[in-house]
Design a protein around this ligand. Sequence first.
Ligand SMILES: NC(=O)c1ccc[n+]([C@@H]2O[C@H](COP(=O)([O-])OP(=O)(O)OC[C@H]3O[C@@H](n4cnc5c(N)ncnc54)[C@H](OP(=O)(O)O)[C@@H]3O)[C@@H](O)[C@H]2O)c1
Length: 310
Amino acid sequence: MKSRNLGKTQLSTPEISVGCMHIGHELGDKTKVNSFINSCLDLGLNFFDLADIYEKGESEALFGSAMSGGIARERVLLQSKCGIVRDDVTTGYSTDRGYVLKAVEGSLKRLQTDYLDVLLIHRPDPLCDYEELAGTLALLEQQGKVRYFGVSNFTPYEIKLLQKFWPGTVCANQLQYSPTHSYMVSAPLHTNTTSEFALMRDDGVLDFCRLEDITIQAWSPFQAKQIRGSYIDSDKFPELNAALQKVADKFGVSKTAIVIAWIMKHPAQIQPVTGSTKIARLAECVKGAGITISREDWFEIYCAAGNVLQ
Ligand SMILES: NC(=O)c1ccc[n+]([C@@H]2O[C@H](COP(=O)([O-])OP(=O)(O)OC[C@H]3O[C@@H](n4cnc5c(N)ncnc54)[C@H](OP(=O)(O)O)[C@@H]3O)[C@@H](O)[C@H]2O)c1
């Protein structure tokens, strides 16, 4: 697995990050999570994505206790997020200093570590005082509790507001992206037309992140748009599955691998954040990272997912 620096930082991360949103539900106990982490490390995947809210803190707690079963902290890169106020349902967002400091303390405790490699602000907070937030990030950095900072689901202007007060680097913006969720590619393609695809939902975040050297991390790369679960092998997506299979056959890999290759074909050097807890699937993802599909393959998959060309 090749590595890339995250944004403008010196933090070298594998091209794929492993999302841990479902480890409690899917793997259940610390022995299985320990084995999952070790298998990921064997694949070269040492960058794990978590959040304070995942499984109400249980994902972080399980990850932490699995690590304590013999995995050295330096072998992994830990990214967590905070800012969504949620118990069973989301009731708000907060970037107030007290809230963020307490959230980070909670993550550190559950993960049984004294530092995070990366902290992302999970979603924009409409009531965010960016000057206060920048001060909070500076404090966390100074205390050695967080090495690098990024955001998730932010628009360019929200990032600009943070940059107005935060002199450090915004290393990543985590956004949903897949063949069935590719608005950030589609809107510029239809610019200045009356097509519904021209609707700009993100203020040009893709090109903005490229200009600013902010790594885009693609969350939910396999999640279907209109249904629960993955579009892979779903009879609701026959054209997409046929197109993925055609390219998969060409390279002798699975459709899962080709989705990763499709995401990584984009010159923005997007970093997929996988959600699977199945090592065989992650191994396919690693294979996909080593494949360069053609321009024609990319467009065929894009269109088969229901996107249209101008
Ligand atoms: N920043 C944000 O707002 C945000 C939001 C959501 C998620 N995330 C992050 O992104 C990560 C990924 O999100 P996700 O879990 O929704 O995404 P995903 O990778 O798109 O996975 C969705 C589900 O598809 C299943 N799946 C079925 N067939 C598959 C196949 N052939 N290949 C791969 N997966 C297949 C996987 O389950 P199996 O375990 O059965 O393989 C997985 O649970 C999360 O873990 C989290 O870290 C971030």
